[in-house]
Design a protein around this ligand. Structure first.
Ligand code: GLN
Length: 571
């Protein structure tokens, strides 16, 4: 890079939410990174909550956890998955609530010397301060404004980014407005009016977009682009179209083909070479024609959780599939149904008779559905089906093992029974005195030492790792030796706190539980080793149950796709 000035790309949204503004932002980051630039991204959330960790995942999707223990918006997960060179941290996400909290505590401290505290300049200054902080040492900082233009809450954010253009100069700032161009069936055409209105709204705040990114169901023709260009006062080659794609990882390629990164570097006066997009092309090829067929992964949880709360986890499973040149199908299995009907009929129904190749129990909270999860862990253990337990999933596997193998018949978690004397999963010492509702979890990255001669150590190929946490309960050290004697292997511990981080068992093709969330560190270009290895095990299990002799890591094997489902057993 010839310049050292940080450039800013502001991304706003119009028309409706949920059109992939976060993914667009992440993809733009990927393109600029592929051109050799050092990129970061910041998400500005307009809501008033100070602690996004306590927000319902049903309203906002997953809580994404960073190394430094911030519980953030799921868009930060997209940024980390698409932009490899930078790790997200607390400073990469802030809410209106946090901004006001800072301003109000400054005022309480007397920092404003008795002056009147106002949105402009005090609130906008605080917003700009936080943006600059996140952009330190970076070539291009992407700033995504949550919500859609015109929302009352986001006005101070828009005002702050308007001011920034004057502060850092027009050649160092760029505004991209993401809108939806709907196709109206009755008229048989795309409609540009919502985009026009939305741009007008933005102009009302003094922001003139340089690029309009039009999301649409299918490709827009030149006529529509010309119209948007004319009515919205944006150069024709700056009307970029992003029609729906079959995989999110195709978006960087789509945007590149439309000239997005060329326009950005031109407008920001950055000199770079052409981007290397081969890794993205390879991923898209794997998605479109996987050499090793399909692995069916049963994800066992409370039904309501399954559909919304596991963005990073489902992506990590896909990354594991990319590394195995295969595809995964995630089969949602409701653990409460398992409790009512038993596991086999539920799996048979959920998989439409196709059976499953592996079982995963994700993180979760609360007693509801836990017995069904414990049943699933036991089923995977005894039927030798590859099993991956994450956070609560590890806890379920430990309880199952305690009950069925170690003879602790009443084994449970303190989370489910406050008074049990067989709580093999217990509230952590450090969390006992904290209020349970927020700010009380073990959060962020902790180191973990891996035991020699274990599957886990082999999978990681390392002695020590660090992974991210978000939980309150842990394996109870009082039961450790009893469980160990019964054959449970504690293959990873946090050395400093002597806490169990990873479990596995002997005489099983693949059975691992982890107290942390490895999914937060997986990226499409660099699958997390646990997910990669888990999918390899699932493919082997698939071939085994189909009677196919093959090595999925090396060459094409005929998978269960296309085989006669009547010949399949459930697992
Ligand atoms: N509820 C469990 C705990 O708090 C597991 C949390 C999780 O799975 N993230 O320890």
């Amino acid at each position: 890079m010839s310049h050292r000035t940080t450039k800013f790309v502001f991304v706003t949204g119009g028309v409706v939410s949920s059109i992939g503004k976060g993914l667009s932002c992440a993809s733009i980051g990927a393109l600029l990174e592929a051109r050799g630039l050092k990129v970061t991204a910041v998400k500005l959330d307009p809501y008033i909550n100070v602690d996004p960790g306590t927000m319902s995942p049903f309203q906002h999707g997953e809580v994404f956890v960073t190394d430094d223990g911030a519980e953030t918006d799921l868009d930060l997960g997209h940024y980390e998955r698409f932009i490899e060179g930078v790790r997200m941290a607390k400073r990469n996400n802030f809410t209106t609530g946090q901004v006001y909290e800072s301003v109000i505590s400054n005022e309480r401290r007397g920092d404003y010397l008795g002056g009147t505290v106002q949105v402009i300049p005090h609130v906008t200054d605080e917003i700009k301060r936080r943006i600059f902080q996140a952009a330190e040492g970076i070539d291009v900082c992407l700033v995504e404004i949550g919500g859609t233009v015109g929302d009352i809450e986001s006005l101070p954010f828009l005002e702050a980014i308007r001011q920034l253009r004057f502060e850092v100069g027009p050649e160092n700032t760029l505004y991209i407005h993401v809108t939806l161009v709907p196709y109206i069936k009755a008229a048989g055409e795309f409609k540009t009016k919502p985009t026009q209105h939305s741009v007008k709204e933005l102009l009302g705040f003094g922001i003139m977009p340089n690029i309009i990114l039009c999301r649409s169901e299918s490709k827009l023709d030149l006529k529509i682009k010309k119209k948007i260009s004319l009515f919205c006062n944006v150069a024709e080659n700056c009307v970029i179209n992003a029609p729906d794609v079959s995989t999110i990882y195709e978006l960087p390629l789509t945007l590149h083909a439309e000239g997005m990164d060329d326009r950005i570097v031109e407008l920001l006066h950055i000199w770079t070479g052409a981007p290397n997009l081969n890794p993205w092309k390879k991923i898209v090829n794997t998605v479109k024609s996987p050499a090793n067929g399909l692995a069916r992964i049963a994800m066992v949880g409370k039904y309501v959780d399954l559909t919304e709360s596991y963005k990073s986890l489902t992506e990590a499973l896909h990354h594991g599939a990319f590394a195995n040149d295969c595809k995964v199908e995630i089969i949602y299995v409701d653990s409460e149904e398992i409790e009512k009907e038993g596991i086999e009929p539920v799996i048979a129904r959920a998989s439409a008779g196709q059976g499953i190749d592996a079982i995963l129990i994700p993180g979760g909270f609360g007693v509801r559905g836990s017995e069904g999860k414990i049943t699933a862990a036991g089923y995977a253990r005894t039927k030798k089906i590859p099993f991956f337990g994450i956070c609560l999933g590890l806890q379920m596997a430990v309880i199952e093992y305690a009950r069925s193998v170690a003879g602790i018949k009443q084994a449970t978690s303190r989370e489910f029974d406050e008074n049990s004397n067989a709580a093999v999963i217990n509230l952590m010492e450090s969390q006992k005195h904290v209020d349970r509702k927020g700010g009380s979890m073990r959060l962020g990255a902790y180191p973990c030492a891996l035991k020699k001669d274990t599957l886990t150590r082999k999978v990681y190929g390392q002695k020590e790792i660090t992974e991210r946490h978000r939980h309150r309960f842990e394996v109870n050290n009082a039961f450790r030796s009893q469980l160990e004697q019964a054959g449970l292997i504690f293959s990873g511990v946090w050395p400093e706190g002597d806490l169990v981080e990873i479990i596995e068992i002997k005489d099983h093709p693949w059975f691992i539980g982890v107290q942390f969330h490895p999914e937060f560190k997986s990226t499409p270009k660099n699958s997390h080793p646990l997910f990669k290895s888990f999918i390899t095990a699932a493919l082997k299990h698939r071939d085994l149950r189909n009677g196919v002799k093959s090595d999925p890591s090396n060459g094409r094997s005929k998978g269960s796709e296309g085989s006669d489902p009547r010949q399949l057993t459930i697992a």
